[in-house]
Design a protein around this ligand. Sequence first.
Ligand code: SAH
Length: 353
Amino acid sequence: MEQIDILSLSPEALRAYLEAWGEPKFRAKQIFGWLHQKQVTEFSQMTSLSLQLREKLEQNFCINRLNIERRLASSIDDTVKYLYRLPDGNFVETVLMDYHHGKSLCISTQVGCRMGCQFCASTIAGYVRNLTPAEMLLQIYETQRDAGCRIDSLVLMGIGEPLDNFENVVAFFRLLSHPDGFGMSLRHVAVSTCGLVPRIRELADMRLGVTLSVSLHSPDARRRSEIMPVNRKYPLPELLEACRYYFQTTGRRVTMEYAVIDGVNGTKADAKKLADCLHGMQCHVNLIPVNPIAERSFRAFRKNVEQFEQELRRLGVNATIRRTLGSDIQAACGQLRRDASQQIADACGGGSN
Ligand code: SAH
């Protein structure tokens, strides 16, 4: 039987197990601290517990690890990209970035993705499975161990659609922010979505304090549906309404992600349409020159992105071009995992996936 990863258990669930074993109330808090504050990797390191209890924990639970399959350090900035191997052999990517205000980590939430955005490397080979709360936490803990630093903020912008793994992502938020555990304020967390409208509203109602980033990429219904199939299910007007609701309910300004792609979404007419869409909304537009991926011919000239930014500003939109970090180490999400899966498939004599 597969053992339960104790890192995924809420303090309440842990308490229920321990009380059933006749342990005192404070025990769960103590163990939770060993796991999420001291971040031990073995039960034997929990030295404030009796040997007997440590053995019992060992028999009933496991503390999983992620293996560093590859580590790419940028030579132009302090960005480090990790390809982690999960306990079942799948891979995900995690990127450590150095900002003036501290260390930020970009984590994955699924193995693959089923959203089908045309420009995104994470979705090309489809969806494999959701990550567990423990596998999301472990991206932080393993990176801290390797880099010898404390992570100050988090973005859920790696592989996967976080709101398509809603339950585990929310469980992860609760573990992450628990005062007896890692204790990160959710104000330091941003979650990025391609636009799963009902989930945006649900997240708003939870008032967790996380920042919402929405991958907008086009103000034009037909164009957006072409590059982002999710737009056929949740069209732009509904998405923008959900963003307004998010701001009204949480007081948190929404970030709009916009990857500028030559010949697709970067004209003056697009800027005008975008400004009209966002009129009166409390939001900020993050422009990103699209990162070219091997399977598609999407490109962006820096000059065009700058012109698009100027045009938006002229129209009164709060827009900036995001600083691209780690451009020499394929920091665009999904590319490293694609390469690794491909190499393994080739080595095994299998076809491409
Ligand atoms: N599924 C979520 C989060 C993962 S992608 C979402 O869609 O928001 C994180 C961000 O990177 C999204 O804004 C996504 O649209 C963007 N992105 C994906 N591929 C890209 C590429 N090739 N160039 C630029 N941005 C890209």
